[in-house]
Write a new protein. Structure first.
Length: 433
């Protein structure tokens, strides 16, 4: 009898999970709250819907950002737009027969494991509750949907929003805008609003490394992947040296220099912020000390008045459909073997719950292949899985700063290598985990 599998989410990780469990003769049902496959890549103007914004392009290149089993179509640009990627994900889901398996506009409310190990999943579709039971549960709800707000003394009385609700720059035309954050979304929003706003400032808590999209005439990540024979420690030192050599130091244009080594925070990929700063369209600011009405006081003693503050300060990892006594990854490290397999909960898999220095769905595809083989019994997890997880947490590939943003980072190159190595170990043995 085929195993029944529930996949939560039909984004890039969810559709490859559904595809690979389906290919292992599982009966797959996918629940997704949206109206289309693609997850965050389905651009939607509706406030509160987690999606890319109007001008979003991929920050990893096409050379490192395709499923092994479904290449990007010929003619795809180096950095595809969100529309091109959504078409790619829809094509993948249609090609592998995933689309008919998805129940859209369905919100998963609760997942409870029964004594026999099966999962009782309660969901709601268009106001109607439903419950179904499955042999296994595959969680692919992503980690970019629950906004994490910064905490500052005082109150800002202008428009205050999270990047989660930012969709396009046009509504900020003629306004004085302050963007908080130094990640990819923050820098993109600063660049886009600077084209139409009366002024745009960007506030950094610390200095960050900004990687250009192109190095030596090719996409930066393609160049970086060509260095995969070099140990990480040397590779990161070389990258830091090249960034400083090619772009100069942040402090030369008013931005803060990083107080850490390359790789200790998630690098930001943006070729336009430096341009906008150098052209006076974006003004660098240090961290915020406190709010006072529309006035923002900064830690260097300066202050300025703004109409809008946009907090691009990341997201919490959250799985609201689990009882927190069973699963809670909202704080601290995430204890999953190969970033997808818990040690003590049977028939539960988390796909895409990692942050690569690169693109997420090629790694999620490999995770899905392993997870499906694990359920089928053709791949065995190590008997000392607890010890392996503890070692993974104690000895990360990058010794990153201890912040909520840096609990699930992996080196894209090495992570894919490890997953492929495990796939080669697949046998016809019964699963022991």
């Amino acid at each position: 009898m085929n195993r029944s599998v529930c996949v939560i989410g039909a984004g890039p990780s969810g559709i490859t999970a559904a595809k690979n469990f389906k290919e292992q003769q599982c009966d797959v049902t996918v629940y997704d709250y949206g109206t289309s496959v693609g997850g965050n890549w389905h651009f939607d103007d509706v406030s509160g819907h987690s999606s890319v914004f109007e001008t979003t392009h991929l920050i990893s290149s096409r050379f490192t950002s395709e499923y092994e089993d479904y290449p990007l179509p010929p003619g795809t640009p180096d950095y595809p737009s969100h529309a091109q990627l959504l078409a790619y994900f829809k094509g993948y889901a249609d090609h592998f027969g995933v689309t008919p398996l998805v129940q859209f506009q369905t919100l998963v409310k609760a997942c409870i494991q029964e004594q026999d190990g099966r999962w009782r999943v309660t969901s709601e579709r268009l106001g109607v509750a439903q419950t179904a039971t499955f042999d296994a549960l595959v969680v692919c709800n992503g980690h970019h949907w629950k906004p994490r707000w910064p905490e500052y003394p005082g109150t800002f009385t202008g428009e205050y929003l999270h990047s989660h609700t930012f969709k396009r720059a046009a509504p900020f035309a003629g306004k004085r805008v302050l963007v908080i954050g130094g990640g990819n979304s923050a820098c993109d929003i600063a660049v886009e609003t600077s084209r139409v706003a009366a002024s745009t400032d960007i506030s950094w808590r610390r200095g960050y490394f900004l990687a250009p999209k192109f190095m030596f005439g090719q996409p930066s990540d393609r160049f970086y992947f060509q260095l995969n024979f070099i140990p990480i420690s040397i590779r990161t030192k070389a990258t830091q040296f090249l960034l400083n050599l090619m772009q100069g130091r942040n402090s030369s244009i008013g931005l803060q220099d990083p107080d850490h080594k390359f790789g200790q925070t998630h690098p930001t990929v943006n070729s336009e912020l430096y341009y906008m700063v150098r052209h006076g369209r974006v003004r660098p600011r240090v961290d915020i000390a406190h709010f006072d009405g529309r006035m923002v006081q900064f830690t260097d003693g300066s202050s300025a008045e703004y109409d809008v503050v946009i907090a691009a300060t990341g997201y919490w990892i959250d799985h609201p459909f689990f009882d927190r006594s069973v699963i809670d990854f909202s704080a601290g490290q995430v204890p999953l073997y190969l970033r997808f397999l818990p040690a003590s909960v049977r028939h539960l898999y988390f796909i895409g719950l990692f942050q690569p220095l690169g693109c997420i769905w090629p790694g999620a595809e490999l995770q899905s292949k392993l997870a499906a083989r694990h359920l089928r019994g053709t791949w065995r997890a190590p008997s000392n899985i607890d010890a392996r997880i503890k070692k993974q947490i104690a000895h990360p590939e990058y010794n990153q700063l201890r912040t909520p943003r840096h609990t699930i980072t992996v080196d894209d190159i090495n992570f894919r290598k490890r997953l492929r190595a495990e796939l080669k170990r697949s046998t016809s043995a019964d699963s022991s985990h």
